[in-house]
Design a protein around this ligand. Structure first.
Ligand SMILES: C[S@@+](CC[C@H](N)C(=O)[O-])C[C@H]1O[C@@H](n2cnc3c(N)ncnc32)[C@H](O)[C@@H]1O
Ligand SMILES: [Zn+2]
Ligand SMILES: [Zn+2]
Length: 602
């Protein structure tokens, strides 16, 4: 088993049972192949004894341990993945042996929502749920099966909020919602019931009929048998709360893992003639349904929840739990994105809370085909000076009407060569870079743009992984982040966005150095300056300027040094040697620093 490519910051998935359950399975777990041992690891288990299901081993001189099943270690794959490899084998071949190891059923857990997502997204889903609902919000995880890329379930507790509120908070993040294949209710939140009003901030659980129960089985067959036996009466009990006796429910059945669906439908169809006054039937179309029945089986326990779909307004539980994912995916399609990258800039700015102002001067390095430029452009107002420099040696794709918007300038060159053109146009408010280069090169490009940035400018930067291993990529990102901090970018945050691929992360930071914003061009409103803070800002500014210049110099790869020198109108050294270029660059930079500080002194 190998680790997924982009894990949470600094973690080892095997240290966190939740993440190790969700980690991608790339090869059969080795432990399955090795000979099973006693719980203390001191002796091999006698396979003959194990195989005979607590039966016998005829060898009088058997060197291996004869341990009854209840005293053996628990099933390894069930422990880690919530799925038993031997049960999976039996599903394909009923003659395959039963598992030799105990499958203990954990006590009922306090979770209320289960999110079904692709395994490759699961670590991002876990960390986003923790961000939105609190560090303890994710209480478990399970896989549907042991396939490499199967779906997994992330189990979330609503805490004091109530199920509807928790679901709404998750659904309000469109980028998260778009990745949720299905959200199940796995139980009513009794804690919220007791707290009364707290859960009803917006669209609480009132009017929503819940009946939650869980049934258990020592193995998959036993669990299926219990479901067949008890499910219909659980549904009856849930619907028994309806006051209107002529009420007939139409139930939409949803199951995880999906194989459970046949068991559940069979159990519902085989129910005895109803004793109570309510009728119900299953229903295939969600729009025709009055209720949902969610059956979610995790580690030997099936959570059975019936909930009402009656309230179909925008604030209903249905809107958040059942429809939000679909709606988010539809909005993505309707956004008319030029390419998938479009969603990265949207998500990065949303996650970091960057509010784009319509007057901003933006630079988009690595702009082609143009998704980021397209997204930015829609938020800017050309009449107020909002513009985008789209820098890329490659052609931009088709914009509306086949023409670039009037406030987009395509600089058909590498980022490092565009600095001077951009600088001449005025200070930059937002620098974004999605160029497909290493973190080191990307940082070099950003360093080159530092002289063009206004104080407080925002940076959005993609870190792509071109390495052979996660550790090396992580080292590169850390070193790039250190460099950015050294040249004046503060509070850098690195996100593994839902819109990133697995080998890509996005950094967002603010530039603390640079000049204060001030616009004087025609039609561009000059911005107000807080004069009381000016003196201390000026002092900061000289210090930062010096630090920034030296840091730029220290970190700049040769090619950027050359671009920097050219940008200032000096000829690069004829042989292009890095040492000579650095010497010349240092001279230029120190002249700039001296010029700026004497300006301050006067
Ligand atoms: C992943 S694409 C960017 C997609 C873009 N963000 C969008 O939304 O359409 C990467 C681009 O980076 C460009 N690129 C690579 N190195 C570059 C450099 N040094 N300067 C500018 N662009 C560069 C490539 O030409 C390519 O078009
Ligand atoms: Zn034996
Ligand atoms: Zn097992």
């Amino acid at each position: 088993m190998t680790k997924p490519r982009a894990m949470l910051a600094g973690d080892d998935p095997s240290a966190d049972p939740l993440l190790s359950c969700l980690a991608a399975i790339r090869a059969p777990p080795r432990e399955l192949e090795t000979a099973p041992r006693t719980a203390d690891g001191s002796r091999l288990l006698c396979k003959r004894f194990c195989r005979a299901d607590g039966g016998s081993c005829a060898r009088p001189d058997c060197p291996d341990a004869h341990v009854p099943i209840a005293q053996r270690q628990t099933c390894w794959t069930l422990d880690r993945y919530g799925v038993c490899a031997r049960e999976e084998a039996r599903r394909a071949d009923p003659k395959a042996p039963r598992c030799w190891f105990p499958h203990p059923v954990p006590p009922p857990a306090d979770h209320h929502i289960a999110l079904q997502v692709e395994v490759g997204m699961s670590d991002r889903v876990v960390s986003r749920c923790r961000e939105l609902l609190g560090a303890d919000a994710v209480v478990g995880a399970a896989r549907a099966d042991l396939s490499r890329n199967g779906d997994v379930l992330v189990l979330v507790t609503a805490g004091h909020r109530g199920v509807a509120n928790a679901a709404r908070i998750l659904a309000d993040d469109e980028h998260l919602a778009a990745r949720i294949k299905r959200a199940y209710a796995t139980g009513a939140n009794h804690a919220a019931d007791r707290k009364g009003d707290e859960r009803n901030e917006r669209g609480g659980d009132e009017g929503v009929l819940f009946a939650d129960a869980s049934v258990v089985g020592d193995d998959a067959d036993a669990l299926d048998a219990t479901l067949r036996e008890k499910l219909a009466s659980l549904v009856d009990a849930a619907l028994g709360g309806e006051k209107d006796s002529s009420f007939a429910a139409r139930i939409r059945v949803r199951c995880f893992p999906p194989r459970l669906r046949d068991v559940v439908l069979e159990a519902l169809e085989a129910r005895p003639v109803l004793g109570g006054s309510h009728g119900w039937e299953t229903c295939a179309r969600v729009d025709d349904a009055t209720h949902a029945l969610d059956v979610v089986a995790v580690r030997g326990r099936a959570h059975v929840t019936v909930w009402s779909l009656d309230r179909t307004g925008p604030d209903s539980l249905r809107a958040w739990l059942m429809d939000a994912g679909e709606a988010a995916r539809k909005r993505r399609t309707d956004a008319g994105a030029m390419c998938r990258a479009f969603h990265k800039i949207e998500e990065a700015t949303a996650r970091a809370g960057v509010a784009i102002e319509r007057t901003w001067r933006c630079v988009d390095v690595g702009a082609a085909p143009g998704g980021w430029t397209q997204w930015l452009c829609a938020r800017l107002d050309a009449a107020c000076g909002g513009e985008v420099f789209a820098v890329d040696p490659a052609e931009l794709g088709d914009f509306k009407n086949g023409r670039l918007p009037p406030n987009v300038t395509h600089l058909k060159m590498r980022g490092e060569d565009a600095v001077e053109t951009v600088r001449r146009a005025g200070d930059v408010d937002l620098l974004v870079c999605d160029a497909n280069v290493s973190p080191e090169t990307a940082t070099g490009i950003v360093s080159a743009f530092v002289p063009a940035l206004r104080r407080g400018a925002t940076l959005v930067l993609t870190f792509k992984d071109a390495t052979k291993g996660y550790a090396e990529w992580r080292r590169q990102m850390e070193s790039a982040t250190d460099t950015l901090t050294a040249i004046g970018f503060e509070s850098p945050r690195i996100f593994h966005l839902f819109s990133n691929c697995s080998r890509e992360k996005t950094l967002v930071a603010k530039f603390a150095g640079g000049r204060d914003e001030k616009r004087t061009g025609a039609g561009v409103p000059a911005r107000a300056e807080a004069s009381s803070r000016k003196a201390s800002r000026d002092a900061d500014r000289s210090r930062l300027l010096l630090a920034r210049s030296l840091a730029v110099f220290a970190t700049m790869p040769g090619e950027f040094a050359e671009a920097h020198i050219k940008a200032r109108g000096f000829a690069p050294p004829p042989n292009g040697s890095v040492r000579l270029m650095r010497g010349r660059l240092l001279k230029i930079l120190s002249d700039e620093v001296i010029a700026e500080s004497s300006w301050h002194a006067s």
